[in-house]
Design a protein around this ligand. Structure first.
Ligand code: FES
Length: 128
């Protein structure tokens, strides 16, 4: 169970519809801002770094548009890699042999989608 003290608010649960537009947010990876996103699939919320396994490009073909036409896979706009929305694993296309998306752990509580930092992806640091 996630420690509620360390959960970071991402969005309202209602902002994520099954196979619909995702919500973009940013995390800190190694001291740099890194784009990330949350989507809903099969009724559950999932989140990933917004970084294709093929080439380090953001996936969405318009801001927040991550699903393919059938809303069954997450698709990279650059070369058309397909990813499993539940696991982030490559399911075909240009990501074959490159692994999958980097998962971020999210939970839903009280109508909110919350992200659990994991030591690799951390909350953005506030400017001094
Ligand atoms: S950069 Fe995503 S498929 Fe090539």
């Amino acid at each position: 169970m996630a420690d509620s003290e360390s959960l970071i608010d991402i969005c309202e649960s209602s902002a994520l519809l099954n196979g619909g537009r995702g919500v973009r947010f940013e995390v800190d990876v190694g001291g740099r801002n890194a784009p990330a996103f949350a989507v809903r699939y099969g009724g559950r919320a999932f989140a990933y770094l917004n970084r294709c396994a093929h080439v380090s490009m953001e996936l969405d073909w318009l801001p927040g548009m991550f699903f393919d036409f059938d809303a069954e896979h997450l698709m990279c706009a650059t070369h058309g890699a397909f990813y499993d929305p539940v696991t982030g694993a490559c399911r075909g296309g240009a990501c074959a042999g490159y692994g999958g998306l980097r998962t971020l752990v999210v939970v839903e509580r009280d109508g909110r989608v919350l992200w659990q930092p994991d030591g690799y992806a951390e909350p953005l640091r506030l400017a001094d």
